[in-house]
Design a protein around this ligand. Structure first.
Ligand code: KG4
Ligand code: ZN
Length: 335
């Protein structure tokens, strides 16, 4: 079965054709980064308007690259939640129109589950595993029992980890988008130049939760206070010390979850899963089976949407035409 996947939840306008939930026949991502760069963040109004302008061309290219006629598609999967409402609606309504015109099944997809599905496109991963979904909007540690069954163990109580990267980069004028810029600067910096504070581990229900507001404040407003005597306050050193602190906060909770659940397969997803220090730190643990999607599939893309869409369709599930976009989704949290 060939599924067309459409993704427009944030600032990437993307479409892909994936066969049998695994084989990527095409993968088109049109990024809006240049349009948001001067605002150093995604401007929702610009994002939805660009999607409206681009979506037809992106979908057409995905079909062309896959050398498939629209009528030969078996279903149309689309991100319906969570994300920017205006942006989501563009992809959703386009998918509905196509599904109606071609008389094909429509499958609305949860973006979070799709990120966690991304590594399956390359190599199947056996369930259960621990998921680490880290992006501009999410910092989630979860137990995944199936492609559509996750239990959130921990999440952020304030900013998402990618958001912290973006805010620090914006404050220091390092460039946009912040995560990749800080990651590159950090490779040339000294991560011991600043000893930034990390939130202490909680007990009980919040034992896997992360928090980034304290770290963000320290890096932005109290830099000098954490500088090692003699260390230079260069962009590289700030970036390296911040990156280490930000990722170590995640790792401390993840390792706690590994210990508590006994699960040793870790699947990472989301834009921050591209982070070099995070990848190196986890790869160093030979006792873990760590699956990072290839860099191309870490960020938002249509292939993960088409992939997980196939799994729903294979189970005989489809969405109705009154499907609506939702900016937020409830997290299926462990009690
Ligand atoms: O998954 P994604 O493309 O969109 C969301 O769903 O949010 O993730 C984007 C986020 C941004 O916050 C960006 O700064 C961050 O991922 N990011 C990184 C890296 N590359 C992208 N953060 C840290 N290190 C990176 N190499
Ligand atoms: Zn995403």
């Amino acid at each position: 079965m060939k599924i067309l996947g459409i993704e427009s939840s944030c600032d990437e306008c993307a479409a892909a054709v994936v066969e049998d939930g695994r084989w990527i026949r095409s993968d088109v991502v049109a990024t809006q980064i240049p349009f948001h760069a001067r605002f150093q963040g995604v401007v929702p109004e610009i994002a939805s308007r660009k999607h409206a302008e681009w979506i037809y061309g992106v979908v057409e290219k995905a079909l062309d690259d896959a050398e498939i006629a629209p009528a030969a598609i078996d279903g149309i999967a689309v991100t319906a939640r969570p994300g920017l409402t205006g942006s989501l609606l563009v992809g959703l309504q386009f998918a509905k129109g196509m599904a109606y015109a071609l008389d094909k099944p429509l499958i609305g997809v949860n973006h979070i589950l799709a990120h966690l599905y991304a590594p399956q496109l390359e190599t199947p991963v056996d369930y259960p595993f621990l998921g680490l979904l880290v992006s501009g909007g999410h910092s989630i540690i979860c137990r995944c029992d199936d492609f559509d069954r996750i239990e959130v163990l921990g999440t952020t109580i304030d900013d998402a980890v990618g958001e912290a990267f973006d805010k620090v980069a914006k404050h220091y004028g390092f460039g946009y988008p912040g995560g990749a810029v800080i990651d590159a600067l950090a490779e040339r910096g000294d991560e011991t130049a600043f000893a930034f504070p990390k939130p202490s581990l909680h007990k009980g229900e919040h034992r896997y939760d992360v928090s980034y507001s304290g770290l963000k404040t320290a890096v932005i407003h109290q830099l000098e206070q954490y500088r090692r005597p003699g260390a230079e306050a260069s962009p590289e050193n700030i970036a390296a010390s911040f990156r280490k602190a930000a990722v170590d906060i995640l790792l401390a909770r993840l390792f706690r979850a590994i210990e508590d659940t006994g699960l040793t397969t870790i699947v990472a997803g989301g834009g921050v899963a591209a982070n070099a220090y995070l990848r190196r730190s986890l790869a160093a643990h030979a006792e873990l089976d760590v699956r990072f999607p290839p860099l191309k599939l870490c960020g938002d893309n249509g292939a993960m949407i088409a992939g997980i869409g196939f799994r729903y369709l294979a189970r005989g599930e489809r969405s109705s035409f009154d499907l609506n976009a939702a900016a937020r989704v409830p997290l299926f949290r462990r009690k």
